[in-house]
Design a protein around this ligand. Structure first.
Ligand code: ZN
Length: 199
């Protein structure tokens, strides 16, 4: 089944395609040869998908999935796969996100946590910023007692170019509220989120 990509109005497909054509010419390729003929538009449509998060509103992503509930134990979602593009090289970095929060009186539908990661991942990004954007949005919208976000990712810009170190994984964390200030809570959540694969 063909995947149709909805391109945000703000994205100019033909300008992206024209720029890709210029890149192909500049590296010494012939953009008119058969194999490359449709590449500029193909790349443009791909960018619509990969950078679509730029035109999504974080304020509405949790939408009507926030519920008032008397529940004050930790909520943890582990191993959410994500795909993003490093803004320094426009190369992919991919990995897993682990998210935890300690509700005050609001919880959110669990799939929405994954949607928040996706929204911020589908932008030119750096992993540190992606991690804190997810944490900050959850703090703002759920007003929980604490939020912890841990991202583990492999960066193509480290594996296929530059230092060429395949297998290295970058780990970033963003801790907010009690997860930052309370030592025991912080140790507990970091253990749960971050070391579970290695125990
Ligand atoms: Zn990079």
């Amino acid at each position: 089944m063909a995947v149709t990509v909805k391109c945000a109005e703000e994205m100019d497909l033909s300008r992206i395609a024209a720029a890709v054509r210029v890149i192909l010419e500049a590296v010494g390729e012939n953009p008119d040869r058969e194999g490359l003929r449709n590449t500029p538009m193909r790349v443009a449509k791909m960018y619509c998908e990969l950078f679509g998060g730029l035109h999504e509103n974080p304020d509405v992503v949790l939408g009507d999935a926030v519920f008032t509930v008397k529940y004050d134990e930790m909520v943890i979602l582990r191993d959410v796969p994500f795909f993003s593009m490093c803004e320094h090289h426009l190369l992919p970095f991919t990995g897993k996100a682990h998210i935890a929060y300690l509700p005050r009186d609001k919880v959110v539908g669990v799939s929405k946590l994954a949607r928040v990661v996706e929204l911020f991942a589908r932008r030119p990004q750096i992993q540190e910023q992606l991690t804190s954007q997810v944490a900050d949005l959850l703090m703002e919208k759920l007003d929980p007692k604490g939020v912890a976000v841990v991202l583990e990712a492999a960066h193509t810009c480290m594996t296929i170019r530059g230092v060429k170190k395949p297998g290295s994984i970058m780990v970033t964390s963003a801790l907010r509220g009690l997860f930052k200030t309370d030592h025991a809570t912080r140790a507990e959540i970091m253990n749960l989120l971050h070391n579970h694969n290695r125990q």
